[in-house]
Write a protein that binds this ligand. Structure first.
Ligand SMILES: [Zn+2]
Length: 404
C-alpha cells in the first residue's frame, strides 16, 4: 500500500466488482475499496487494512456489509424529447389503428413536431425529469441520442440539451447523432435526398462542433435501407465518429453485419439477428445491446437469439431505450428484471449488461463498467442481501447511495 492519503475509502463492503474472476459477479465479500483523484487505487479484504482508516483516507464510508456495484450505464436512450404519447397509447387500447393515429399526425412525427417546437430550455426542463428518475437507480453514464429534430437546427438543439444534462448532474454523457432515425415529413418519398442532407451537412457540422461521439442509424423497412445505412456509416467513418446501429428489430436487413464490418461499437435490438450476423459481431468485437422495454411495450413475440449470442461469446448489454413511442421507461432495474424474465438472462448477465458490457457498448471499457484498480470510482451501494436481488425485484428500488 502506498503512503499517500486516499480521498475515499469504503469499508465493510460486499463488492460485486463485475471484474473477471473465479467468483460470480466478481464478488469480494467483507472487503474495502479506495480511490484517489476519481480513480480506484486499491481493493482488498478488510483484514488487509492494517491501519486506522480515518488516518489513511480523507473520507471513510462504513458500508455495514451493504453491496457495492459499479455505477450503472444506460447505453441506449432517446431521453431528450418533448411532449408525451400517452394519448396515443390510450387511443390504441380503445381500438384505434396505428395507421389512423399516424394519419392524424401521431406516431414519431408528433414527437418530432413537439421537439422542433420546444425551445432549448423547454426541452431541457422536460428531459431532466426523466434523467433524475434514472439517477435514483445508480446511473453514472448515460448515452443520449438525437433523432427527433431531423433538421440541423433541431438536431443540434437536442445534442446541446444532452451536453447541459451532463453539466447539471455531473453525469458522463455519450451523445449520439441519430439524424437517420426516420424520414422527416418534408422529405416524404425522397429519403435518398434526406440521407444526402445527413451526410453532406449534418455529420460534418456535428463532427466539427464535437457534438456527438457516435453516429447511429435506424435500418428498417419503415426507416432507412441497407444502402442508405452504409452511406451514413462511410461518412461517419470519414469524420472519425464511432458507429452504432438500430438493427434487425422488426425484420432482418443484415445491418448488424454491415455495422460490425464498419467496426461498430454496438448493434441494438436484434430480435431478427441471423447467425451470420452474430459471427460478424464476434469477429469485429461488436457488443449486442438488448432492449427488453421495447420488446415488452410492442408486445413482440420474436426473441433475440440469446443462446447463439452467448455461444459465440458476444458481450450482451441491456438498456432502457427510453423513448416516448416504444419504451417509455427510465428504469434500468426493471430492464434487468425483463432481461431475465423475458429473455432468460441470468441475474449476473443482467448486471453485466448494465455495467461491464454497457461500458463496452460505449467504448468505455478501459475506464468504466467494473470496480478494479485504475477505473473511475463511480460506485453504488445497495440495500440487498445478494446481487441477484437487483434483477429479481421489480417496481422496487433498493439503491442506498450513489458515490460519484
Ligand atoms: Zn432506440
Amino acid at each position: 500500500m502506498e503512503n499517500t492519503k486516499w480521498d475515499k475509502l469504503w469499508i465493510n463492503a460486499n463488492i460485486a466488482s463485475m471484474a473477471d474472476g473465479k467468483l460470480a459477479y466478481g464478488l469480494r465479500k467483507n472487503s474495502a475499496i479506495a480511490s484517489k483523484n476519481g480513480l480506484i487505487v486499491w481493493i482488498g479484504r478488510m483484514d488487509e487494512l492494517d491501519f486506522n482508516p480515518a488516518e489513511k483516507s480523507e473520507q471513510v464510508f462504513d458500508m455495514g456489509r451493504k453491496y457495492l456495484t459499479p455505477g450503472f450505464i444506460d447505453c441506449h436512450t432517446h431521453v431528450v424529447y418533448a411532449g408525451s404519447r400517452a394519448h396515443e397509447f390510450e387511443m390504441r387500447l380503445k381500438g384505434v389503428k396505428y395507421e389512423d393515429i399516424a394519419q392524424r399526425g401521431g406516431g414519431i412525427q408528433s414527437t418530432v413536431q413537439a421537439t422542433r417546437q420546444a425551445s432549448e430550455d423547454e426541452l431541457f426542463e422536460q428531459s431532466i425529469v426523466r434523467v433524475q428518475s434514472m439517477m435514483q437507480e445508480g446511473l453514472s453514464v448515460l448515452e443520449i441520442k438525437s433523432g427527433y429534430g431531423l433538421n440541423i437546427e433541431s438536431e443540434i438543439k437536442m445534442l446541446r440539451v444532452a451536453k447541459r444534462i451532463g453539466q447539471k448532474f455531473n453525469l458522463h454523457i455519450c451523445s449520439t447523432f441519430l439524424g437517420a432515425h426516420t424520414v422527416p415529413k418534408e422529405y416524404t418519398g425522397r429519403s435518398n435526398d434526406y440521407v444526402e442532407y445527413v451526410c453532406r451537412e449534418m455529420i460534418p457540422f456535428i463532427a466539427e462542433e464535437k457534438l456527438a461521439h457516435a453516429v447511429d442509424v435506424f435500418c428498417e423497412k419503415i426507416a432507412f435501407n441497407l444502402d442508405q445505412t452504409e452511406k451514413i456509416f462511410q461518412t461517419a467513418k470519414n469524420y472519425n465518429l464511432l458507429i452504432k446501429c438500430h438493427s434487425e428489430q422488426l425484420s432482418n436487413s443484415n445491418s448488424a453485419e454491415l455495422a460490425a464490418e464498419y467496426g461498430a461499437i454496438s448493434v441494438d435490438h436484434l430480435e431478427y439477428l441471423s447467425e451470420t450476423g452474430i459471427k460478424s459481431l464476434t469477429k469485429n468485437g461488436t457488443t449486442a445491446v438488448l432492449l427488453p422495454g421495447a420488446f415488452y411495450f410492442l408486445r413482440e413475440t420474436k426473441f433475440p437469439p440469446i443462446e447463439l449470442l452467448k455461444s459465440h461469446n458476444v458481450p450482451i448489454a441491456i438498456a432502457t431505450d427510453c423513448n416516448p413511442g416504444t419504451s417509455p421507461t427510465t428504469s434500468l432495474l426493471l430492464m434487468m428484471n425483463m432481461a431475465c424474465t423475458l429473455f432468460r438472462l441470468t441475474p449476473e448477465e443482467a448486471l453485466a449488461g448494465v455495467t461491464k458490457n454497457a461500458a463496452k457498448a460505449l467504448g468505455l471499457s478501459k475506464t468504466h463498467g467494473t470496480l478494479e484498480v485504475g477505473k473511475v470510482d463511480h460506485i453504488v451501494s445497495w440495500d440487498i442481501d445478494h446481487p441477484a436481488e437487483l434483477s429479481y425485484l421489480f417496481g422496487q428500488n433498493p439503491c442506498h447511495k450513489i458515490y460519484r
